[in-house]
Design a protein around this ligand. Structure first.
Ligand code: FE
Length: 231
């Protein structure tokens, strides 16, 4: 089987929130589709290890916010690489409660869709949740971020808990680069000197050695000392 075939599938980038009784969390999901139009339903695949999975199972509702291309990596990192079991991610961003009571993430999002759980399918490591849409609205104008944009333009990676994470591909050796690329040992973000990190004041063409010591990983916030040369 050639797993490269799977890499040709397109995805968006979304924040899925859930919870009840004062316990809420949100996480990044890319495996989300509108399953049907009338009635409108959404299907989203969530890793069983994630706190959001537990909250969807208990509360039987979830809300999706569509992430804009304008979202910085720190925002994606907050929802994609940090666990809601150890911090309240939703305190770090602007939210408001929706009709289901689940917080809607408003920062860097173009629209939101609220759903009540209608069914679920056990997929081994993940559960596919099917939700009936009960409310939705547009929050602002912009271009929705696709997973390809996140990876190719923003330099983002999949966490190990993502359904699209490919351990074989992640372990594959990249081609040698001219100036060394550095990998965050916490989240796997790759600092590419050719691209720099313009979102955080590091111009394209800056060698890792010349990045200020105050700079931190744009995804997980790890400091520069936690980066290692890409092998
Ligand atoms: Fe990191």
């Amino acid at each position: 089987m050639n797993r490269a075939a799977l890499h040709e599938i397109s995805y968006g980038l979304y924040i899925v929130t859930s919870g009840s009784d004062g316990k809420f969390n949100g996480q990044i999901a890319n495996s989300l589709i509108q399953a049907t139009s009338k009635p409108a339903t959404l299907a989203v695949c969530i890793n069983k290890e994630n706190y959001t999975h537990e909250l969807i199972s208990k509360s039987r509702k979830f809300t999706v916010s569509v992430v804009s291309e304008a979202a910085p990596m720190t925002f994606i990192g907050l929802f994609g690489f940090k666990s809601g079991r150890t911090m309240d991610k939703l305190k770090e961003v602007k939210t408001r409660p929706g009709v289901t009571g689940v917080p809607i993430v408003l920062d860097y999002c173009l629209s939101f869709i609220e759903a009540e759980l209608e069914g679920e399918l056990d997929c081994g490591t993940h559960t596919l949740f099917l939700g009936k849409v009960v409310e939705a609205d547009v929050l602002g104008e912009g271009t929705p971020m696709t997973y390809a944009y996140y990876r190719n333009v923003k330099g983002g990676k999949s966490p190990k808990t993502a359904p699209t994470f490919d351990a074989d591909a992640a372990a594959a050796k990249p081609k040698p680069a001219q100036a060394a690329r550095y990998v965050c040992s916490v989240c796997g973000y790759v600092y590419d000197p050719e691209k720099g990190d313009p979102d955080n004041g590091v111009a394209a063409g800056t060698r890792f050695e010349d990045v200020p010591d105050s700079w931190t990983c744009p995804i997980c916030g790890a400091d520069k000392s936690q980066f290692v040369v890409e092998k």
